[in-house]
Design a protein. Sequence first.
Lengths: 291, 284
Amino acid sequence: MTRERLIWTVLLVAAALWLGVRVTQTGMGSVYVQDLGNATVPASAWDGMAGTARLSVSRTVGVWVAAIFTLAIASFLYRDNPFYKIAEAVVVGVSAAYWMVIGLWATLVPNLFGKLFPGWIHSWSMPGLSPVREAYSILYFVPLLLGVLLLMRLSPKGSWIARWPLAFIIGTTAGIRLVGFIQADFLSQINSSIVPLVVVESGRFDLHATLGNLMMVIGVLACLVYFFFSVEHKGVMGGISRVGIWFLMITFGAAFGYTVMGRIALLAIRLEFLFDDWLWLIDPTGVRPPM
Amino acid sequence: MLDFFAKLDRRWIFLLMFLAVAIPILFQVRFPETPTPLAKAVFDAIENLPDGSKILLPFDFDPASEGELGPMATAFVVHCAEKHHKMYFIALWPVGPQMIQDEIQKVIKEDFPNLVYGVDYVNLGFKPGNEGVIKVIATDLRQLYTTDDKGTNVDRIPMMHGIRSVQDFDLVVNVSAGYPGTKEWVQYAATPYKIKLVAGCTGVQAPLLYPYIPDQLPGLLGAIKGAAEYEKLVVERYHLESNPKYLEGRRRMGPQLVAHLLMISLIVAGNVILFAQRRREKRR
């Protein structure tokens, strides 16, 4: 046994012993629920101790599985390992399966079969849908046909047929997005950039707003000059493009700062889950009696 | 010494970051928050509406970003509930309905049991189609939303009477983790139909949404910092300080500060080491 393996074995055995002691002493990782008529709602450990809530085995197992998978994923930071690979494969598999089920029940059944065979879908699976056939429901055979053609991609000889529905998808998506970008990003952003360089509010000079508008206009123009490659960036153009680089760098810095904040928040919530829901080391919401 | 730091195994940095986040969580470290104008704009957008206004709440996020967006989603729901606004939940992300259900259970069912499903709030569930959904419901909601999340026909839901499109809502409050999200709501609803929209988003998205402020997007909560600021405004206005579930955003700002200080220290240290190495090479 190598030194590294020995250290890890000792650490894992010590962690397992500590978990065992805490489970027996505190009941950590347990989840309690209350049955209210036809609904089961989460309850606190206080309720569990008072006898007004019962231990939920399925939710308790869920907490333990989530905790173990969190640790398995985090173990990648040390080195790629089988625990990480198993957790990754489970996430991918579960996500794919979830998408398939959602695709069937949220798209195919209500939006396609519910239009083509409304009476059957109404009686069989979705009583909330209208059983009355729409006037031009026959047109829904077109997306059905396109969907079947898309599946031809799986056929070794007929895979070229899938290009037709794919072309339809790409064309419609490009059309929808083009209009959105022209209206909301191109035209509206030009409109928003046309601002007074000297702001006077109620007869008084507003220095803060004036500086803000000046910075914005200078930044926009300098960045545009930086991306204007038809003229060599020398002399005045070179100076302005360098100002543009500064604005871009500040923007990237702000984006990086926000990204760091987002990633730390994700780490914080996982650690909070481990310390609160699983290990019961902290109790920020006051749902457990003091240990 | 210089070589030691230059060749330091990155796993030590990971360990430092773990400690920087874990220690403030374990010791429940909290810092005061001062709301910025953007957070105030979001708060005012909801607060200044008359009681009982119709609010569309698209919750476009999933468990992966719940840590960042959950606190602001909770604050949005409790703010709307306190103002007696009618809440219409929808989702463009497949796991969105579970996020909606969590907030309904956590806020409405536990603290506002007098609110009635179908009268005060409704969960219209997930619809596939990304920005296509927004484009359709901006003019005709019932073309896609014929039932709620439970399969009840919308014609049998009292609060759906008179709702024909997104334009019938007084405000859209989006919680967004990416695509489709706030950008698409700006592009296909707020800009073409002049629908009033405020949003809360992840840190990665926030810089991309700033250009839309204030004309197309009057208010924006950027990441957990924005959530903490908005949470403070809601909590102080409605005296919710005693309920810890409405202080999640502020609680999660403790690890943020310490981790950011560590990040800044590491960036400074990295640059110092780089310049020191260059100087040493020049001397040689």
